[in-house]
Ligand binder design. Sequence first.
Ligand SMILES: Nc1nc2c(ncn2[C@@H]2O[C@H](COP(=O)(O)OP(=O)(O)OP(=O)(O)O)[C@@H](O)[C@H]2O)c(=O)[nH]1
Ligand SMILES: [Mg+2]
Length: 426
Amino acid sequence: MFIDQVDIYLKAGNGGNGIVAYRREKYVPLGGPAGGDGGNGADIIFEVDEGLRTLMDFRYQRHFKAKHGQNGMSANAHGRNSEPLVLKVPPGTIVKRKDTEETLADLVHHGAQMVIAKGGRGGRGNSRFASSRNPAPDFAENGEPGEEFEVTMELKLLADVGLVGFPSVGKSTILSAVSKAKAKTGDYPFTTIKPNLGVVQTGDGRSFVMADLPGLIEGASEGTGLGHQFLRHVERTKVIVHVIDISGLEGRDPIEDYRIIREEMRLYNESLLKRPEIIVLNKVDLVEDNEIFEQFKSAIGEDKEIHEISAATRQNLDTVLYRVADLLEETPETEEIIEETDHRVMYRYEKDPDAFKISRDDDGAFVVTGEAIERMFKMTDFNREAAIRRFARQMRSMGIDDALRDRGIQTGDTVRILGGEFEFVE
Ligand SMILES: Nc1nc2c(ncn2[C@@H]2O[C@H](COP(=O)(O)OP(=O)(O)OP(=O)(O)O)[C@@H](O)[C@H]2O)c(=O)[nH]1
Ligand SMILES: [Mg+2]
């Protein structure tokens, strides 16, 4: 089975907490602050491994939690940062946030890495808050929580070679004959509606991935018969094997067929015509008059590489596989091909970090939500007076106090953040 989409849950490591501690010195009752910072929580990184071809592994394990950072220690000792958790993915993996459907990464090249879920920063220890006004602060910061969300991974088809042609010309039969893939075949059009992939091994030990693509018909470039989706798959292959039913038994003209498909490829994306192509004339076992081969060759041109095969009897299949392997070796990496047809940007979407929203609960309380304010809330140690005062200052500087006043808040009203409650005081 070819798996091309899977959802997984990610939780990056929380930052370790900063701590409150003081230097202990002989004969000094209370030394200076000496609480160390927490270490950073581990990121979750995705890395492209060209040895992988499917997202199969993620079917079995769907939950990934990275390690938390270590808490700070006394004597200003910094907690240990945690090593990132690296998940290997096949080339062509696209990662999206499940809730917002934003693309987080489009991973193509071997070794490419991308931080998908960021670990939390370690909280600062009390010594970092020392100032001339407050030389011995009695509060520290908690670690920042690591990011946590579900992602959808999609594997775009990155086959080396694609079988292209009209419906019922024998594409699935060819793939099944040369690989372990069990592609459904049938004597009716559009038997195949999703691509099948197979790993092909040549007699001399070379291997490549072959895609059996759904049949194309006239008008595909305009979307007829799901043509656009299918042509998109063609775009992602390095070498094209153009399959023709030379028997003509389906009532079609092989020469016409060839020209129609080429024209559809040209209309969709001209560069497809420059891609190396091998033409295979399939179903030769059904051909009675050999003249058709000469007719085809003279109509299509001398410079084309054409092989006569039968998927049913396996005639000439090995020759074609060797030639495909040769062509793949001669063809430079897909980079250029992919670059011109797809965006390769790796980026992380960042929202306005300070944005917040105010709403009212049924009981009249003012509810403040927002990424930054919630993060600050989680990083505040509410057991300590000074930390609470600092939190209040941060709310003021973010403009939350003013916004609350605009909404008509009065002294004594309740403010709610992530379930925590505060009384508003002017
Ligand atoms: N005699 C003969 N029949 C073949 C040969 N190759 C394929 N067929 C038959 O042709 C029919 C269509 O084959 P498929 O492999 O399903 O064709 P396809 O190109 O995958 O078709 P779609 O998935 O509809 O695009 C089936 O009935 C096959 O058994 C061949 O070399 N000789
Ligand atoms: Mg098929």
